[in-house]
Design a protein around this ligand. Structure first.
Ligand SMILES: Nc1ncnc2c1ncn2[C@@H]1O[C@H](COP(=O)(O)OP(=O)(O)OP(=O)(O)O)[C@@H](O)[C@H]1O
Ligand SMILES: [Mg+2]
Length: 383
């Protein structure tokens, strides 16, 4: 029997508005999600989709108009029953984008602060701060003034301060966005390792899809105040169920068409497209004769210089551009009126104008409904 999942945070039917009267905007439109104990759970979506607002509702910094929130089995907010547990009585620790460690304090004083204001005994404070500094790797820097720390060290002070109260849930809102690109990339590993070590349920907010893929156990993709899709990085990248997920997470090619056959029992579906009939894996419930798209990632298209025999899903194209990236060539290949993005092996050089054959691996062709989500424009999609 499978072990039953315990949920540390449960959010149900959150509705949140900002502003009054005609200025009133509907920011959260029925957000419901369950966050497993011990997991690193990410809210991912474009700017303004409601990630921070959802996180602030969990923290008790915003009050939704309706819905319920529970932490560790205890209701901390219920609109109907008028339950509202204030922020300082919720078992949470927070790190925000501007992580605001106090410049006039030492490392020790910064990290001890949440305990100092609770007037905990000095010996307890010393012990707890020492423990948490060890966890984040700042042991020995207790007396260093905060401004004399590197960006990454300041970040770790902010984490230590969030952890020192031994919260049940850690809330992180774009905690790396103040750091330069290289440090940000390195800190991903640190956060992941730290979260595993402490085994604390963590909600992580980011609009950066590669950050989300790198660190999350689960990702909730959001758009326009709604949840679009929830899954592991692997599931969402390789078998997205929605067009928005396919395009927001990584780079993909979308080929429009109409469903001829749904497939099933290990037979692929078949779609009529301008590039001929293509086989696909139906990623979700689809209907015959309905408009649909195939999503295929650039690395799942194989380039052949001669027409391969006996394969499904081969289309003919012309190389438009081919850029050497070190570990691959990134190419644009014209197929009919469309340009397909293709990543090939760095040994396979191609010249613009060259004719090639593309094999769109049927197993990697995800058939998706052609739905359009209101308000998505191209600038939100892509790399
Ligand atoms: N205090 C506020 N008053 C009015 N509108 C607000 C307020 N806070 C947020 N909003 C609006 O609510 C929407 C959601 O904001 P939110 O900060 O949750 O987005 P986000 O997903 O965190 O975006 P970003 O990636 O830019 O941080 C936005 O349209 C924003 O303008
Ligand atoms: Mg935000």
């Amino acid at each position: 029997m499978m072990a039953q999942t315990t949920y540390m945070v449960q959010i149900a039917h959150l509705e949140k508005y900002f502003g009054e009267d005609r200025e009133r905007v509907h920011v959260l439109k029925g957000v419901s999600l369950d966050i497993p104990e011990g997991s690193l759970y990410t809210f991912l979506g474009p700017s303004g989709c409601g990630k921070t607002t959802t996180l602030r509702c969990v923290a008790g910094l915003e009050r939704p108009e309706s819905g319920t929130i529970s932490i560790d089995g205890k209701t901390v907010f219920a609109a109907g029953d008028r339950v509202y547990v204030p922020t300082n009585r919720r078992p949470i620790g927070m790190v925000f984008q501007s992580y605001a460690i106090w410049p006039h304090m030492t490392v020790f004083e910064n990290v001890a602060y949440p305990l100092t204001i609770q007037r905990r005994p000095k010996s307890e404070i010393r012990e707890r701060v020492a423990n948490v500094l060890k966890v984040v790797g700042l042991h020995g820097l207790e007396d260093r003034p905060a401004p004399k720390l590197s960006g990454g060290q300041q970040q770790r002070v902010a984490f230590a301060r969030a952890l020192v109260n031994q919260p049940k849930v850690l809330l992180l809102d774009e905690p790396l966005s103040n750091l330069d690109a290289k440090l940000r990339e390195q800190m991903r590993f640190e956060i992941k390792a730290l979260q595993r070590r402490v085994n604390i349920t963590t909600i992580y907010v980011t609009h950066d899809q590669s950050e989300a893929l790198a660190i999350s156990d689960q990702i909730a993709v959001m758009h326009g105040g709604k949840l679009i899709e929830i899954g592991s990085p692997h599931e969402l990248y390789s078998r997205p169920k929605r067009k928005f997920t396919a395009t927001f997470l990584g780079l993909t090619n979308l080929i429009e068409g109409r469903v001829l056959e749904l497939g099933g029992n290990s037979a692929p579906g078949r779609m009529e497209t301008k590039k001929g009939v293509l086989c696909f894996v139906p990623a979700t419930a689809m209907q015959k004769n309905q408009p649909a798209v195939i999503s295929i990632r650039p690395e799942h298209i194989q380039v052949h210089k001669r027409k391969p025999e006996g394969l499904d899903n081969v289309v003919e194209g012309t190389v438009k551009e081919s850029v050497f990236m070190g570990d691959a060539y990134h190419c644009q290949i014209a197929v009919g009126d469309d340009l397909l993005r293709v990543h090939t092996h760095p040994f396979l050089s191609m010249t613009p104008g060259e004719k090639v054959y593309l094999h769109l691996d049927p197993q990697s062709c995800n058939g998706l409904p052609a739905e359009d989500i209101e308000g998505i424009d191209e600038s939100m999609l892509g790399e």
